[in-house]
Design a protein around this ligand. Structure first.
Ligand code: NAP
Ligand code: ZN
Ligand code: ZN
Length: 467
């Protein structure tokens, strides 16, 4: 019997993180497999536990094995998915699936069921939330093999964004668990795919909030991949193009399509650069869009991770910058970061004093605010731009908008091109995040401090502490 052909794209087929050997895993693997551009009219998927007889597999995979036999009998290409189970285990539906560590390929002679290929997956250390209500804990996750257009990055630092907390606690909708968050990633390229042209081994690189998009729609063509009409693939808790759930930067390595990997300029320290990949770009984009610059009065609401970058960037762009914080506790920091003025929003007189004063109010607050009060701070034609993302809806009256031709606006991260522009801008102006570097075992504690507005001004995880 002739050996069946299988293309190398099979290496893209991965089990979802935390997958168990039940029906859902099979369905997901099959879905992943058929999404691959394999030249076959029929693809059968077999799950072959290493060191186990097929008879020991869960009942759900029996039909797959049958399909494998049938496919080989009629000469169809066959995809083999090898699942590495400890030989002492008795696999059942609840058996956690450990994909093989490292890289290997396995060939079985045609007479042995005509399987010719193996999946290649990397198992890496990570910190992940098991559910919305449990603390994050040390674990391992898998990364796909390095495809032709991918780079493998050794992550050195990962920032903690408030969005990580919203997501792992399912505040924005039910997340997929276990979930390793983190979309402020800085590290070094350790391997490149055969067709990669933009990055080389040893390059200092970053990855932000997205890892893929369609590349063809009007948003992608306009360099706004974050608004991809087919939906961008978020760095974590996103559905990747192979159907798997993405896992973020609280881990030691990540595999990302080269187009979504940014270059970190030499002048920027990796730890300081990591938060720029979200906090930096999320504030840079609306500041640019709304013309922050000389002669513009910009207020930044909230001096947290995003806010402290907004102050630095708006100042560097030449705008007159005012911080609106809950209290005056961080006033000295705000002024040092480049603010010209600093007010406490807990002081009622602030809203009277500053009425009609700003061309742009950039709201970075993670909680619900009284919108009408912040609209009243805008001059004629001014804009209240939202980047802060509380899950709740915010009511507002139209009169504060109508009477002064004001606008309400929102903005989500920024395109890849503009993210590179922002990184270069920060390097040129000597800007970076003010950070507190923590070991991975302090992530849960850091979350509590972020929630208490007790962060100055970004926690950054030293990922070497994950090993
Ligand atoms: P953060 O570090 O926690 O900063 C938020 C700041 O908001 C706090 O430091 C605090 O500043 C202020 N604040 C918190 N609770 C408040 C309350 N109840 N009332 C008034 N002010 C309050 O969070 P972050 O990482 O900068 O993220 C901020 C928000 O932006 C989050 O909702 C996050 O999900 C969102 N985000 C959106 C995007 C996007 O693409 N649009 C990207 C990243 C993050 P003061 O102590 O100075 O008052
Ligand atoms: Zn973020
Ligand atoms: Zn698109």
């Amino acid at each position: 019997m002739a050996q069946r052909s299988v293309t190398t794209t099979v290496s893209q087929v991965v089990a979802p993180p935390g997958a168990r050997l039940g029906g859902r895993l099979i369905t997901s693997l099959v879905a992943s497999a058929v999404l691959q551009p394999i030249n076959a009219t029929l693809i059968s998927v077999a799950l072959v536990p290493i060191g186990q007889s097929l008879g020991a597999c869960a009942a759900e995979i029996a039909w797959l094995v049958t399909a494998l036999y049938l496919a080989s009998a009629v000469g169809q290409p066959v995809v083999g998915l090898f699942v590495d189970l400890p030989s002492t285990d008795r696999p059942s539906q609840d058996t956690p699936v450990r994909m093989s560590t490292g890289r290997w390929r396995r060939e079985v002679s045609p007479d042995d069921r005509t399987i010719h290929c193996g999946v290649v997956l990397l198992t890496v250390h990570a910190y992940a939330a098991p559910s919305a209500t449990e603390p994050l804990a040390k674990t391992t996750i898998t990364r796909r093999d390095v495809g032709p257009h991918d780079v493998l990055i050794k992550i050195e630092y990962a920032g903690i964004c408030h969005s990580d907390i919203h997501t792992v606690r399912s505040e924005w909708g039910e997340a997929h668990y276990p979930l390793a968050p983190g979309h402020e990633i800085a590290g070094v390229v350790v391997e490149t795919g055969s067709a990669v042209t933009k990055h080389r081994v040893g390059d200092r690189v970053g990855v932000g909030c997205m890892v893929d998009s369609c590349g063809k729609c009007v948003s992608c063509r306009n360099g706004e991949e974050q608004y991809c009409l087919e939906g961008m693939v978020a760095t974590y808790d996103g559905i990747d193009r192979d159907g798997t759930v993405t896992q973020g930067g609280y881990s030691t390595h990540v595999v990302v399509a080269e187009d979504f990997v940014l270059k970190i300029p030499d002048g920027l320290d990796l730890a300081v650069a990591a938060p720029l990949l979200c906090a930096g770009i999320t504030t840079y984009t609306p500041l640019r869009r709304h013309g922050a610059g000389p002669g513009k009065r910009v207020a930044v609401v909230g001096l947290g991770g995003l806010g402290h970058m907004a102050v630095q960037i708006a100042h560097a762009m030449g705008a007159e910058v005012t911080v609106l914080s809950q209290s005056l506790k961080k006033r000295e920091d705000g002024l040092r970061l480049g603010a010209d003025h600093y007010y406490a929003t807990s002081d009622e007189s602030t809203f009277e004093t500053l009425a009609g004063s700003f061309d742009l109010v950039l709201n970075t607050v993670s909680a619900v605010l009284d919108i009408d009060r912040y609209l009243s701070l805008l001059a004629v034609g001014g804009t209240l731009a939202f980047v802060g993302a509380p899950a709740e809806s915010l009511g507002f009256g139209v009169f504060p908008l109508l009477t002064n031709r004001r606008s309400l606006s929102g903005s989500m991260i920024g395109g890849i091109g503009q993210t590179q522009e922002m990184l270069d801008f920060c390097a040129e102006h000597g800007l970076g995040a003010e950070i507190e570097i923590i070991s991975a075992d302090r992530i849960n504690e850091a979350y509590e401090r972020v929630l208490a507005s007790d962060v100055r001004y970004r926690f950054v995880i030293d990922t070497s502490t994950l090993d």
